[in-house]
Write a protein that binds this ligand. Structure first.
Ligand SMILES: *Cc1c(COP(=O)(O)O)cnc(C)c1O
Length: 394
């Protein structure tokens, strides 16, 4: 029988059956508008409140500090644009953002757009390790710096960034009366490593539901009490007036349940996935020559492995594996369709050959050692075949 193996959990995860069960009543008889005063509204309002507590518990904040959004992308937009616009209205001079060269497009493209509107942006290098340096952050801070936005974990190579150290720097500066804030895109980190907004000392943090076994289309932005953002989605008074629009109760309930499960499984899931990931890498490097790991080995998520197979076109390998029932992604999942190598892999200083041949394997709750076995049954021969066919083989 043709069994499909899904190794693309960093792109999205399957929905946990418990999450489906939790949201089902809100797709059927519990349909009220959470802003309505009557019974139907109270019922869904209570469900939204509960979900807010569940998500708050995952990142250790107060429920009132969370704003539900349509996903990680909107949370990142709200955080960055909202903060910059709030500062722009109160003073006229140039504003400066510090971010990394390996952020998700929902951060980097927002920054690039703001640059067109007079905001100065520094993109910190990630070096071969895929980890930015705290000393570079310190060196980049200037009098006009109002925002530092750095992801907790990278979505393509899984490397963890020194966010708690950056948080410390920002807190010290704020203690000195400086107007500077810190945003963390924690979409990939959530559910894989413990997250605590007090430990990281960030002012803003984004999380998305569909990367933690809930449906697509819902996310959250943590906004530390007292942090002023300019409203982006202008409408009604929902979400404390920060984000207008009738709450998607089923999706929010699903997100809450997924957050609760992620917190419960925060020890066991990452441990198990780390073992699978290590087995995958051991066997790949043993059986395939000229395979190179992208990003630092130690400081990274337990479930992501990004490997370049010299002499192979990444897209070609992806399609070849797909024909054999194995789903992976190239380094450039978010820009798939373009033949340009991933900007993230590029930022590591990889040459054309290695940049174009990067493949991301990302594991999830449903994977087992059998999936790794299956991958290793087909991967070495696929790489071999593509290398033989390659026009520029050595
Ligand atoms: C997936 C992802 C996002 C975007 O989240 P959506 O809910 O898909 O909009 C943002 N940042 C990172 C790091 C991601 O992996």
């Amino acid at each position: 029988m043709f069994r499909r193996v899904y190794l693309d959990n960093a792109a999205t995860t399957p929905i946990d059956p418990e999450v489906v069960d939790a949201m089902m009543p809100y797709l059927t008889n519990k349909f009220g508008n959470a802003s309505s005063i009557h019974f139907f509204g109270q019922e869904t309002r209570a469900a939204v409140d509960k979900a807010r507590q569940q998500v708050a518990s995952l990142i250790k904040c107060r429920p009132a500090e969370l704003i539900f959004t349509s996903g990680g992308t909107e949370a990142n937009n709200l955080a960055i644009r909202g903060l910059i616009e709030a500062q722009q209205t109160s003073n006229g001079h140039t504003l400066h953002i510090i971010t990394s060269a390996i952020e998700h497009p929902s951060v980097s493209n927002v920054c690039e757009d703001l640059e067109k509107h007079g905001v100065r942006v520094t993109y910190l290098p990630a070096y071969e390790s895929g980890v930015i340096r705290v000393s570079d952050v310190e060196a980049a801070i200037s009098d006009d710096t109002v925002l530092i936005s750095v992801m907790a974990a990278n979505n393509e190579i899984g490397t963890l960034q020194p966010v708690a150290e950056i948080g410390k720097i920002v807190k010290t500066l704020r203690g000195e009366g400086r107007k500077i804030w810190f945003h963390v895109d924690a979409v990939q980190a959530a559910g894989k490593i413990p997250l605590d907004v007090e430990e990281i000392q960030c002012d803003l943090m984004s999380v998305s539901a569909h990367k933690i076994y809930a449906p697509k289309g819902v996310g959250v932005l943590f906004i530390r009490r007292g942090t002023r953002l300019h409203q982006q989605n202008v409408g009604g008074r929902q979400e404390r007036g920060v984000r207008g629009g009738t709450e998607s109760v089923p999706l929010i309930v699903a997100f809450g349940k997924a957050a609760e499960l992620a917190e419960e499984r925060l020890k066991e899931d990452p441990q198990r996935l780390g073992k699978l990931r290590d087995a995958l890498e051991d066997r790949v490097f043993e059986q395939i020559n000229d395979a190179v790991l992208n990003g630092e080995r130690e400081t990274r998520l337990p479930n992501v492995s990004n490997i370049s197979f010299s002499g192979v076109e990444g897209e070609g390998l992806l399609i070849n594996l797909d024909l054999q029932g194995i789903a992976v992604s190239t380094g450039s999942a978010c820009s798939s369709g373009s033949l340009e190598p991933s900007p993230v892999i590029r930022a590591l200083g990889r040459n054309d050959d290695l940049a174009r041949s990067a493949i991301r394997f990302s594991l999830g709750r449903e994977n087992s050692m059998e999936d790794i076995d299956r991958l290793l049954e087909v991967l070495p021969a696929s790489v071999e075949n593509l290398r033989r066919l390659s026009p520029d083989k050595k």
